[in-house]
Ligand binder design. Structure first.
Ligand code: COA
Length: 258
């Protein structure tokens, strides 16, 4: 269905594997288009409760935007290329269901930006993160300057952005860029374990957590107001009645997303 992605739905978790291993899963325009389409499916399909994004093969998550497509002759063309990437990554960031990056190797340039647009990240021991665009006479264009600074702080982000250097998985863990580092063969199972727990919670409340946390970084919004609204929305759901009743009755809640 997607020419550059493998997808499988297991236990309500959609696993999206970017599948260009011979090019280290670089993001060409077809991958970007497929990512856009698969995210539409994530928003639409009630069978999908959460998402894992990973890369094919043991070496690379995504080694960046496809450099062979970097041709153009106007400022407008450059901005349009970046805007398309930003929009698709906003779609991931604002998804009403958890999207997790399983970083199984290089996450460079657009690959690091893709991982950072996900709600959180785990990495294999061989993972490497970086924004090497300055080596190409560029800077990140898919949100990397913003999200890297949000996630690891200005000083660390600017060092990485301006030097074009890479950090290893242990450093990414220390910086808070990833939540866990695991041997590669355990990576996917850890992701599934985390998402199975989240999938057992009330979906409207889970979506509210994403909306409220994203508001921290949106200057057009007052995050505390967003939190109030999301809390209010949850307060009248069947799942809230079920969750509180189940607690009082000392049983496990069964949530329906209503
Ligand atoms: N765009 C297009 N092709 C890419 C790519 C990218 N971002 N990253 C890797 N590839 C391709 C290589 O051109 C090579 O293709 P080929 O076999 O047809 O020559 C293939 O993927 C394997 O990469 P290679 O460079 O041979 O692997 P390596 O192990 O020697 O090096 C990296 C790995 C990640 C260090 C190196 O590929 C690299 O620096 N990639 C570019 C990273 C980057 O600048 N990303 C930001 C882009 S904005």
């Amino acid at each position: 269905m997607y020419s550059t992605l493998l997808t499988s739905l297991e236990n309500n978790i959609l696993i999206i594997t970017i599948n260009r291993p011979d090019k280290l899963n670089a993001l060409n325009q077809q991958v970007m288009s497929d990512l856009n389409d698969v995210m539409d499916e994530v928003y639409r399909n009630p069978e999908i409760k959460s998402v894992i994004i990973t890369g094919a093969g043991p070496k690379s998550f995504v080694a960046g935007a496809d450099i062979s497509e970097f041709v153009g002759s106007s400022i407008e063309q450059g901005k349009a290329l970046a805007k398309r990437g930003q929009d698709i990554f906003f779609k991931i960031e604002n998804a009403p269901k958890p999207v997790m990056a399983c970083v199984n190797g290089f996450a460079l340039g657009g690959g690091c930006e893709l991982a950072m647009s996900c709600h959180f990240r785990i990495a294999s021991e061989n993972a490497k993160f970086g924004q090497p665009e300055v080596n190409l006479g560029l800077l990140p264009g898919y949100g990397g300057t913003q999200r890297l600074t949000q996630l690891i702080g200005k000083g660390r982000a600017l060092e990485l952005l301006m030097s074009g250097g890479m950090i290893d998985a242990a450093t990414a863990l220390q910086y808070g860029l990833v939540n866990y580092v695991l041997p590669q063969e355990q990576l996917l199972q850890k992701a599934k374990d985390i998402l199975n727990i989240i999938n057992s919670k009330a979906p409207i409340a889970v979506a509210g957590c994403i909306t409220a946390a994203n508001a921290v970084f949106d200057e057009t919004k007052n995050g505390f107001d967003v939190e109030l609204n999301e809390f209010g929305k949850c307060f009248v759901t069947d799942d809230m009645k079920e969750g509180t009743a189940a607690f009082l009755e000392k049983r496990k809640a069964i949530f329906k997303g209503k």
